[in-house]
Design a protein around this ligand. Sequence first.
Ligand code: 13P
Ligand code: SF4
Length: 331
Amino acid sequence: MITYLTELDTKGYIDEPIDPTLDLVEEINKLKKEKNAVLLAHYYQEPEIQDIADYIGDSLGLSQQAAKTQADVIVFAGVHFMAETAKILSPQKKVLLPDLKAGCSLSDSCPPHLFAKFKEQYPDHIAITYVNCTAELKALSDIVCTSSNAVQIVDSLPPDQKIIFGPDKNLGDYVRRKTGRDLVLWNGACMVHELFSQERIQHLRRQFPHAKFIAHPECEKELLDAADYIGSTSGLLKYTQESDSDTFIVATESGIIHQMEKASPGKTFIPAPPNNACACNDCPYMKLNTLEKVYNCMKFDLPEVDLPAGIIARAKRPIERMLEISERLGL
Ligand code: 13P
Ligand code: SF4
């Protein structure tokens, strides 16, 4: 146990050697049954993890699952703030994250003590925070939102309600344009969604003139202005299924393309290229999770994500408000 804990401190995950003859998919499925565990995976996970998940979804869908699961253990194949959200919604359950270093640049762009100071400047505003933030930040918020429901949540508030929105300035600006409301924005961003190259995308569009260009609202305004459709990962997936088009240039993390290809096998999906030599944009945090780490974390029940009771108590209400509004609006 002591070795494991030291490993967790230095590496962030259990690095126990795994018998190479083991069929990891079979072993993970066995562990799920033995421990009454549910494996939740975000669309940005490696395809092999998505394929053994009990539920694959966007941040809203994953929170809804975490709130209602009957399992004793939630294995979260995603990033740290997602596992924290699951813990806040189901504090009596054990929440495991295969790699504790699976963080988020957007969450890191908003340290809670600085946000608390920022809030003090706007005492007559409420704070809406995008779920991509720490539990401490959620505890400072009035309502949490995801990219699936941010516009509808802002729209559901009285027109004279003043609002601070954080941490994502791109999503905040998008919500501002869609709702016509004057939101005060925190200056944070996701490094993955800010890295797309306009020039390379334009080049691709010239090459595939019939392709639809679709983008996640964490992308910058100039890119969103050029998009045929803007939506959360589940929104983008649904659009590709329902659209008559057969080719799509996809501006979000490339993991989603696995589900797009599964849902529409005859269609072509081209990842929007970033501002470097790579062909697509991967989230370095999301991609820290591997099948081996999922297996070891289920076998050893580590790393576990836990939070102080006070934070859970304060962060729960703004997340529940989001879930209540989403349910009311059928999202
Ligand atoms: P959604 O899951 O809401 O589409 O957000 C994408 C994201 O960046 C998750 O980290
Ligand atoms: Fe965070 Fe961006 Fe990675 Fe999503 S894609 S987890 S917002 S760094």
